[in-house]
Design a protein around this ligand. Structure first.
Ligand SMILES: [Zn+2]
Length: 247
């Protein structure tokens, strides 16, 4: 004889809970509220045109002199294998690429990239970014507080003529906002732009638009430095600035 629990139930049987009369639904549901407000913001200056060349690239970190309150780290454009890298943890493939690309950077740089990539102020498909802590505090793990201002100088190659275009970029954000951060960000942006324009290789402000980020599967491999660009329309290697050979 099979045990009680293996017996077939009567297929027509309905639950026979000996419940009392049904509890009426409450007029209003009592809910426990949860909320997290994140606030990211930033500013980018107009572009400043430079004659292309290794001298200019080497000069860029010095443009943060007197402004940066940490070491300045230079982040180079991402190669094709990181073309989907995005600082968004709910997209694991993109997030893994982003972490693999940036896990060796300093906490300040990683925070700056997360803020500035999230608000689309920096795009490592074509930008080279020299950045550091510009104002405010870091926590005990070395990460900037929400009111700290991070940023520096982003540069990319003008696809028209191969000139280098530099711009000042600052950003901040996290769990909170402070009333004076926007004004301080504008002041620091002005200081960075002054440093860029004061450089001996500067050719002045340019109205050039930023390149349209690559949507496809990336561009060409640089014959000069071997960099595989993730920027589909690039005519100049995002990393070394040499003309890419097509066809
Ligand atoms: Zn190259």
């Amino acid at each position: 004889m099979s045990p009680e629990f293996l017996r077939r139930k009567n297929p027509g049987a309905r639950p026979t809970a000996e419940a009392g009369p049904p509890t009426p639904l409450p007029e209003e549901v009592t809910a426990q509220e949860y909320q997290l407000k994140l606030h990211y913001a930033g500013k980018s200056s107009a572009g400043v045109r430079f004659k292309a060349g290794p001298r200019t690239i080497d000069e860029i970190p010095s443009m943060l002199a007197g402004i940066a309150r940490s070491d300045v780290e230079v982040v180079e454009p991402l190669p094709i294998e990181y073309s989907q890298a995005t600082p968004s943890i709910v997209h694991p493939s993109e997030a893994m690429q982003w972490l693999n690309a940036h896990h060796a950077n300093s906490p300040i740089t990683r925070h700056a990239l997360m803020v500035l990539e999230s608000i689309d102020a920096v795009d490592l498909a074509f930008d080279t970014f020299a950045c550091g802590l510009l104002e405010g505090e870091i926590d005990t793990s070395g990460y900037p507080e929400y009111s700290a201002i991070v940023g520096g100088v982003a540069s990319h190659w003008d696809e028209g003529n191969g000139d280098l275009v530099l711009r000042a970029v600052v950003g901040w954000g996290g769990r909170g906002v402070r009333g004076d951060t926007d004004r301080n960000g504008a002041r620091i942006l002005g200081g960075l732009l002054t440093n860029i324009l004061a450089n001996q290789y500067s050719m002045g402000l340019t109205a050039l638009e930023r390149p349209v980020p690559a949507a496809g599967r990336g561009g060409l491999v640089c014959a000069h430095c071997g960099f595989a660009s993730a920027h589909e329309r690039a005519f100049y290697c995002p990393k070394c600035g040499m003309r890419l050979l097509r066809g």
